[in-house]
Ligand binder design. Sequence first.
Ligand code: SF4
Length: 115
Amino acid sequence: MPQQPLAQVPLDATWEWQELGACREADSTLFFHPQNERGTSRLRRDRAAKAVCARCPVVAHCADYAIRAREPYGVWGGLTEEERERVYLRATLSAYGREKGAGLRAAHDLLGLAQ
Ligand code: SF4
């Protein structure tokens, strides 16, 4: 089994934004795939989770946190694991550091996510 990186929580991470997340009212199983989920099942679940994120008032905080923390699992800030992997592969620490806002800036620049 490939080694998965663990989330690296930024030292300046804050959590109060999570109290406002639209996912607090949603089915939490939408956001994290079950083991061995693939294909259209995964695509449908990811889309449903992203639809919740699309109406979330803290989507920017969430995406910024998830990218800075290198969250390996789940849909965060409207970004799937694969979308965040694309950011991690292309983002260099010299261009995108670990400070607040760097994750969102990387997502904006590399994926075209609105800031
Ligand atoms: S952006 Fe999505 S995952 Fe993040 S708090 Fe909002 S609903 Fe939850």
